[in-house]
Design a protein around this ligand. Sequence first.
Ligand SMILES: [Zn+2]
Length: 280
Amino acid sequence: MSTEQKIGEYLISIVDDHPGASRDIEVVYPDVRANEWDSYRSIALSSSGKFQSQWRGHLISRSDGSGPKILVDTGMGPGPHEHTGRHGELLENLSELNVTADDIDVVVTTHCHGDHIGWNVTWDGQTPTATFPNATYYVAANDWRYYSNPENGNEAFDRSVAPLEDLGVLQLAVGEVEIAPGVTTLPTNGHTPGHQCVKIESGGEIGVITGDLFHNVAQVSEQHWCPSFDWRTDLSTASRRWLMWRAQSEGWTVFSGHLPTGSSIGRIVQGEGKPGWEPV
Ligand SMILES: [Zn+2]
């Protein structure tokens, strides 16, 4: 089971931060009846029947070491996190890949929820600095507009995204933006107003980092299931169906945001009647 995968000349590596809190499925998926989980229980839920996610980012680099180093999402941040009392480990796990915070050229935010932006900024008292001092940070313009409005209060945004503007490192992304040759943002709105995936195309292969397009492996088969975290479920469902169809029909490698490490990279394949997840 893999924690990294090549897409043409690019290498995409998981950079884990911390295990997410374990939650009751009826809270996370309020519209899914308990018996609908039955056929997915063994693959989709923890041994105690709970929803368990992992917080992480992904590093895109060139296998030969040339070109920009791109970090997609920065996890939940330093913590310590309430449910474990432990700190986030994104920077340590990055250094395991022989990459320092200084080496990162670009940070792409799939969306502005706390578990994807936590390491963006480091606070010293009242003073924020960019954790990745040499990086340009790409944030979807739709998320920026929405969460900049105090009516849509988002503390994590105020702490970890809003300061990027004054720090002079913010780049708003509108539509599909090419970050590096073959690496583009792919709007998949719905989980948040500006949710975006990152598509990697190289050497005839395609990979996609999916952020929060889906949170659980059962959603690969039941693409209309939406967690309570989705901002607009009609849009998130449409985006999920559209992207999963393309990924399935064109054989894309999918780097999921929250599936358990070891089976979080996979392909969407046709199962018996419904699509299913095949880890690579
Ligand atoms: Zn998330």
